[in-house]
Design a protein around this ligand. Structure first.
Ligand SMILES: C[S@@+](CC[C@H](N)C(=O)[O-])C[C@H]1O[C@@H](n2cnc3c(N)ncnc32)[C@H](O)[C@@H]1O
Length: 494
């Protein structure tokens, strides 16, 4: 390193760094596009699909820590010019084996058997995503694949930490001693919950994820009760030895090709979950809020004077580029009803105060025959913000002050997504020529409640709290129950 200050050495170092950067860009493009990309290939020739372009940009942002946007890819035009535009960006751990690993990926593993055409693109997506992610940092959090849909940059650390902590706490409150973690990825939950269990098995169809997780486990003798294996979700039941107290599918179902596949996975795993077993399906993309979610993504980029026709077409385009499996809470409950007799389905909005897309537009579904059976609340109120004399939070506070045993409030406007859900309806109904600004004004404003505030308020007063998405998008049902048990409160939900 000493002679780096000499001009010749510095120049050589710089051209090595530039070479690494170009190879990094080419490697990402080749992996995402599934073809040998050359430095001077025109993106407009080799990358026709906007989804692939977004994936390339997301991976470069994730791996190199840059903040690119998709239009830059096409403006620069080729990998060489893109690398030149990123000049000075360090490649954290460029490994020449990256290409060989791509060629050798997945051969002879369970993950390659029985693939349906629907799974294959997602498997490729995840192999690539894990290959170009950094090592575990920030207290062991590997954020591979956790991009913001708006900026295509990794989600902030505090968002992810809260998300992992609140999800782990919800799972841990079910007190599982053994967990089967289907689609475990690089082990965000395996390393968090595994040490508290006597048995933990993670499975994933990404060989890259399984290898990485295994390597990490090998360094920790205290985790020898945890194992991981490569498997498609559909094959998992026949490859593991049940029963497990809890079967976890966190942020996985959205990558299933269709509802039939989900039904097949759940039906296959019923015995693996045992008699009182629980399925925790976390981070489900809510179909009922799909339009609102995409509207919230695009509306910040549109000038206030944009006519609603253009807002509508921009939202439609954004939705068309989102191939995830979406399931509304009602459809989820109906699906579960067909899986096993006695299985109850609780759909719960996520905990957390950060306005992440996961907290705003997704929910958890907990299926179990062991959680308390449905009960009737002491007070059952339908909330009407238009006629209510006081804010909803006053009603809740009064319930605590009066020591109500239990309360169910149906149809409270959810501060996390109410405006976008109503705006989506207004924009669909508005006559041509109405501007985005006018549509926002026409949506009006009503008293809304942030579910996390209810949890905090209730928790402070010793109440159990459960908040579920209502049948009407943008609203939630809130259940409170004395005694501090959130699952007892969940039993009050409709
Ligand atoms: C968003 S990551 C979630 C990882 C982990 N469960 C978590 O919450 O951090 C989705 C994971 O599901 C895996 N996956 C998606 N579809 C799958 C399938 N059909 N079978 C097995 N794994 C799958 C992917 O490889 C990826 O690791």
């Amino acid at each position: 390193m000493e002679n780096i200050h000499e001009p010749g050495a510095a120049k050589a170092e710089q051209s090595r760094a530039d070479g690494d950067l170009l190879r990094a860009v080419v490697a990402v493009c080749s992996d995402v596009l599934g073809l040998d990309t050359a430095p001077d290939d025109e993106f407009s020739d080799v990358c026709q699909d906007l989804y692939d372009a977004s994936h390339i940009v997301g991976l470069l942002n994730q791996w190199l820590g840059c903040t690119m946007v998709v239009s830059q890819l096409f403006q620069e035009g080729t990998p060489r010019r893109l690398a030149a535009a990123l000049h000075g960006t360090e490649v954290p751990h460029f490994s020449p084996e990256i290409r060989e690993r791509r060629e050798g990926q997945g051969t002879g593993t369970a993950a390659t058997e029985n693939q349906t055409s629907g799974e294959a693109p997602w498997r490729k997506f995840w192999e690539t995503t894990y290959r170009f992610s950094g090592p575990e940092e920030n207290g062991g959090l590997n954020k591979a694949g956790w991009f913001s849909s708006r900026t295509l940059t990794p989600l902030p650390d505090d968002y992810m930490r809260e998300w992992v902590d609140t999800t782990s706490a919800r799972i841990a409150s079910l007190e599982p001693r053994s967990i089967l973690d289907v689609g475990c990825g690089v082990g965000l939950f395996l390393f968090e919950l595994g040490p508290r269990c006597s048995r933990y098995t993670g499975t994933d169809f990404s060989v890259e994820a399984v290898e990485r997780t295994r390597e990490r486990l090998e360094h920790d003798g205290a985790l020898s009760h945890i194992d991981v294996l490569a498997a498609d979700a559909r094959d998992t039941a026949r490859l593991v030895d049940g029963p497990y107290d809890l079967v976890l599918l966190n942020s996985v179902v959205q990558y299933f090709p269709n509802m039939a596949y989900l039904r097949e996975v759940l039906t296959g795993l019923v015995d693996t979950a045992g008699n009182d077993g629980i399925f925790f399906l976390g981070d489900i993309r809510n179909r009922d809020l799909h339009r609102a979610a995409h509207l919230s993504l695009v509306r910040g980029e549109l000038p206030p004077g944009t006519p609603v026709e253009r807002v509508r077409s921009t939202v439609e385009r954004s939705m068309a580029q989102d191939p995830a499996l979406l399931i509304g809470p009602t459809a989820m409950a109906e699906t579960v009803a067909g899986i096993g007799p006695g299985l109850r389905c609780h759909t719960l909005v996520r905990r957390g105060s950060h306005p992440s897309e996961m907290n705003r537009f997704r929910y958890d579904a907990v299926l179990s025959s062991g959680t308390p059976a449905r009960r009737t609340a002491q007070h059952d109120v339908r909330w009407d913000p238009a006629t209510a004399p006081r804010p909803l939070v006053d009603l809740l506070t009064r319930a605590f002050d009066e020591n109500l045993e239990s309360l169910l409030v149906r149809g409270a406007p959810d501060a996390r997504n109410f405006v976008d859900a109503r705006l989506a309806e207004t924009i669909d109904a508005a006559p041509a020529g109405t501007t985005l600004e006018q549509a926002i004004k026409a949506t009006g404003s009503v008293d809304q409640v942030d579910p996390e505030d209810v949890w905090e308020l209730g928790g402070d007063r010793g109440y159990g709290v459960a908040v579920a998405p209502s049948a009407d998008p943008g609203y939630v049902d809130i259940a409170l129950c004395g005694g501090g048990d959130d699952w007892a409160a969940a039993a009050l939900l409709p």
